[in-house]
Design a protein around this ligand. Structure first.
Ligand SMILES: Nc1nc2c(ncn2[C@@H]2O[C@H](COP(=O)(O)OP(=O)(O)OP(=O)(O)O)[C@@H](O)[C@H]2O)c(=O)[nH]1
Ligand SMILES: [Mg+2]
Length: 296
């Protein structure tokens, strides 16, 4: 049988569980997740390898009404990934009725000439999925539909098998041992950002970005990492540092614990906070922080 390989774009409004699904399918965490919306800001590739096929899963930022250039870039990243895919999974949260953002996603994807599958997630939160799915099925003429719970890992096998069978014939896009194309610096920055999302409220989680400035092995069993958390206002900086530096220390402690498990080494995490006014609206900063897609 000929080898199959292709791209599946995971698109949907924020917070429906796209990144949770990506991690569940790969059996390991490559994308951060959070209770708050607009967590993912980049295209994140995860590769599923099978003897007869390869599926390149592309996690994308949740499509939303943007309030800054950052949001516009995030939406653009999601739209470009959908256009380039062999299949689009429109991920929805079946425990809530569709909203405008779900409708925008459907309206954008439908004319793309890419097979569009409806993936109804968070099935664990409702008693009978059938009581909730009609308004979603009406959003677009879907080519296939699945009911899953990414958190409980149910329904995933049927979804993956269907995707494997639907991939076009072709050579693998990625080598066998490659699970993601993201750099370790990007992953480190994301783990720190995940802890900030977890620990802060209101506008703070949306106003921050993290950049790894230095990563040096200090000993065979120790890595030194210096990273900066950028905020938009000095008030946010004060919140992030906290009284007597307690907040930043706790964020650093949590991120370090996770990074030590990831690297299997001790990590010295040197965390700084800097104010960059309105970075979310400045092209140069979006580029510097890795949030802008090339023009096409
Ligand atoms: N109960 C339940 N919760 C889920 C499920 N899948 C995801 N979640 C939760 O939903 C929240 C959002 O999950 P994410 O994976 O970050 O969602 P996302 O679609 O990637 O969000 P953005 O990156 O903001 O677009 C998290 O708190 C997850 O734990 C599920 O199947 N069931
Ligand atoms: Mg996400």
């Amino acid at each position: 049988m000929a080898y199959r390989s292709g791209f599946v774009a995971l698109v949907g409004r924020p917070n429906v569980g796209k990144s949770t699904l990506l991690n569940a399918l790969l059996g390991r965490k490559i994308a951060i997740t959070a209770k708050k919306p607009q967590t993912t800001r980049n295209r994140i590739v995860g590769v599923l390898h099978r003897p007869e096929a390869q599926v390149v899963l592309v996690d994308t930022p949740g499509i939303h009404r943007p309030r800054h250039k950052l949001g516009q870039q995030m939406n653009k990243t999601a739209r470009l990934s959908a256009k380039d895919a062999d299949i689009i999974w429109h991920i929805v949260d079946i425990s809530r009725p569709p909203n405008d953002e779900d409708r925008w996603v459907a309206r954008f994807c439908e004319p793309l000439q890419v097979p569009l599958w409806l993936v109804m997630n968070k099935a664990d939160l409702v008693e009978r999925v059938r009581d909730h799915w009609l308004p979603y099925q009406a959003l677009a003429s879907y080519d296939n539909q699945f009911v899953i719970s990414a958190a409980r890992e149910t329904g995933l096998e049927a979804l993956v098998n269907a995707a494997l069978n639907a991939m076009p014939e072709g050579d693998p896009y990625y080598p066998e041992d490659m699970v993601t194309d993201q750099s370790e610096d990007f992953y480190i920055a994301e783990v720190i950002r995940e802890q900030v999302l977890e620990m802060t409220r209101e506008e703070v989680p949306y106003s921050i970005a993290v950049a790894v400035e230095e990563r040096t092995p200090r000993r065979p069993d120790l890595i030194y990492v210096r990273a900066t958390v950028f905020v938009e206002r000095d008030g946010q900086k004060a919140i992030l540092i906290g009284e007597g530096g307690r907040m930043l220390k706790e964020i650093g402690r949590r991120a370090r614990t996770e990074l030590e498990a990831y690297f299997g080494k001790k990590v010295f995490l040197d965390l700084w906070v800097k104010t960059r006014e309105r970075w979310r609206d400045q092209d140069a900063w979006l580029r510097r922080l890795g949030y802008s897609e090339p023009e096409r």
